[in-house]
Design a binder for this molecule. Sequence first.
Ligand SMILES: *Cc1c(COP(=O)(O)O)cnc(C)c1O
Length: 403
Amino acid sequence: MTLKITERLIMTPGPTMVDPRVLQAASNPILGQFDPEFTKIMNENMEFIRRAFQTKNKWSFPVDGTSRAGLEAVINSIVAHGDKVFIPRIGRFGNLAVELATRAGGEIYTLDGEWGQVLSQEKIIEKMNEIKPKVVIFVHGETSTGRLQPMDKIGAAAKKIGAFTVVDAVASFMGVNIPVDDWELDAVIGGAQKSLSAPSGITPLTFNDRFAQEISKRKRVEAGVATKDSAKADDFITSNYLDLTQLMDYWSPARLNHHTESTILNYALHEALELILNEEGLENRFENQKKQQTILKNSLRQLGLKIFGDEKNEMPNMVAVEIPSNVDGEKVRSVLLNEYGVEISSSFGPMAGKIWRIGLMGYVAQKHYVLRFLSIFSQVLEQNGAVLNIKEALEYANNAYKK
Ligand SMILES: *Cc1c(COP(=O)(O)O)cnc(C)c1O
């Protein structure tokens, strides 16, 4: 072994720390991608993904690649050249949706909300009804600002006008409840390296039959595995690797050869999902995320810091906190990382230099990590010129955990 990796306390909105059992699962021997022992794990992962999204969707499987690959697979498969795409946008990841849909050839319509706020569903629906898009893409957990976009009514409203909803739930997946069927969402993309606490590189997603039928109109099976009956649309999906229709064949009993599935990432995904679904329990998971986030947030307030954004619509797995005006935000981050092995995030665009983003996703949402973080963070902040109520804040946090 020549790599020696330093242990960190990662308090960012991804990548997150991972339960050692997940890493251990990933160190198992490689299996061939059609080995029955492996296809059984694939099938179990599909079932775990269904349970995680509380959906009956047959089409629930992971895509090899980071969450962006999952987003790109879904968007490339549903958005054809010239299709109208509506994207409500409240932060950086809304811009990513615009980017991906533009590259897919979509005609883009946006509705912009202020960073740090969310858009009202009524406003989104009203604008959507006016535009009559084929596809509506929105971000559930907008990690650049820490906001959680309400979305329980958008799916049904989109269906009414024949539009398809695509949800970037990369950062909210396994941090907050996402009942895909109840909310009538057509395609939802989760993430591995956020609240699921798995390594980056594999992306769970789900989509319904209505969505599957629509994308199958643009199906084209590659020559190497096609038969004379295989689909070959003229208006085909332009990506080969991120073509959901070919991935459907790969993840169905047909097991039509496509890519070589990543065995070890499937082991990791299996373990991470099993720990949540069968050991912790979904409800406990979401409750714990909220509890830890509330304690951290209120402790930071006790310190004397200001919490950023609309508090009614915040993500329960991160805290966005304003950088005090006399403090150099990047210097603090660098001391935290280099002297204490603690990582937090800055932000993007209009938020750059204004807020820190402290992640509390999945495995790191535990008392000892939160308390350790608070002690180190407040000390480093004080060394860098902030005037704080450290004693009160630590006392508050300790008491909060006693309740
Ligand atoms: C992190 C993140 C992504 C991108 O995920 P990668 O795994 O880095 O590709 C997309 N959307 C949101 C909301 C995210 O937080």
